[in-house]
Design a protein around this ligand. Sequence first.
Ligand code: XMP
Length: 517
Amino acid sequence: MSSNSHDCIVVLDFGAQYSQLIARRVRETGVYSQILPFNASCDEIMASGNVKGIIFSGGPASVTTEGSPRPDKGIFSLGLPVFGICYGLQVMSVMLGGRVESPEHKEYGIANIDISASSPLFEGVSRNSQVWMSHGDRVSAIPEGFVTTASTPSCPYTAVEDRRRNFYGVQFHPEVVHSLEGQKMIANFALGICRCRADWNMGSFINEAVEAIRAEVGDRNVLCGLSGGVDSSVAALLIHRAIGDQLVCVFVNNGMLRKGEAQSVLDLFGKNFNIRLQYADAENDFLEALKGKTDPEDKRKTIGKLFVDTFYNEARKCGDISYLAQGTLYPDIVESRSPFGGPSATIKSHHNVGGLPSDLKWKLLEPLKDLFKDEVRDLGRQLGLPEELVNRHPFPGPGLGVRCIGEVTKERLDALREIDAIFIEEIRKAGLYGEIWQALADLLPVKSVGVQGDERTYREVCTLRAVTSADAMTADWYRMPYDVMQKVASRICNEVSAVNRVLYDITSKPPATIEWE
Ligand code: XMP
């Protein structure tokens, strides 16, 4: 694997979200990082490549509880620097002979540490740096050989270290943005203490990935399902850079795409990037299959099955195929083997072409499987993907089918396409697109009375929804400025004759989901 040639920091996963954030922060310093389960053996850790240091992540458990997660104790004899964060500090402390207690007083929120001794971890960090504390337990006695380098009034051992053995620990979370100089501390560990080379960037990744794809694929052919989303687009461009016309992309128009989307995918990938593109206009098949169906699960299953059938039919026209390319990302890999699970595995399962016949004998090619989403975006930019596509809001595989509540018909989809286009256009014009995780419109199978000109109308209702979120697992409704809402509502009623009433959804997730279905 190409990433093996880089110096690497291994992050041991004591709680999935914590470890991913730490690994991303390490990569932001230009150093490659990998996440392994907390119980990975020393051999597994060392097999990750050119390992120069190990970070123990935070996690939700208490070390004072029987059976709480423990790393391989051989780690402390590898001669590598170790950095324990929150739970990571606590577990390191007890394993090396210190003690941890569960005090009455828990500390959550912003605190200012008092750095009392010079430390390579705090090189260039201000003495009373602001950090984010979030812990129930705390260290009550440090192991032999350790000294305290920072404290807060309620946490005497906020930062400790044994510089001789290169073991460091902090009770706060340097990986979160509220720890104002946390990134500096992570860089101090990776670059200063571990002496890693900062050679991880998307420019060098492209060259290595291209070589790796060529070596793997040889003169065989690769098939890639193109959805118009970021991940499949970047995967296709990267593979195309490596093997040119040995890549063929399949793009299925299920009739539930956004306004102008099919054409823009054809233009961008077919004409602009000159990628071999097998296009299936299956709109009528999908509409036919969905006729009379109103149950959300029934609709989803119908769309999913027909997609697989269509994709497979198109694939058969593409000649001799050996590989199926997928835009699997690193969080999917981490979460599928994490002892704690995690958010994106569940979300992303929709994306991939699941349900294909098992006798296809295609091997999987997953060139993005080492990358986080922000790295994929960066890679996309470097490969020439337009900014609009790089920063696109997520869009579900079944498309507007899950936003046309009730029966899906061509007329209703066309109306929804117009509504969606107006909504997104106005959000972009107001400069709000980047602040919003996802903005969507739904058409409800509910009619209400209105009046337009002198005429009484009886038409359907549409809802608008915009949310902020970090990972789609939870979401808050976006406080859309009134003047933007007003403009959108008035344009929709003027330009889309199928509706006469516009609602704005002010429910968070939970209890609601992002999509209405
Ligand atoms: P919910 O509605 O469950 O959605 O809050 C969470 C996120 O997942 C997206 N989503 C999908 N993405 N295929 C996809 O590729 C799907 O079938 C699908 N269903 C939901 C949704 O848009 C939101 O970002």
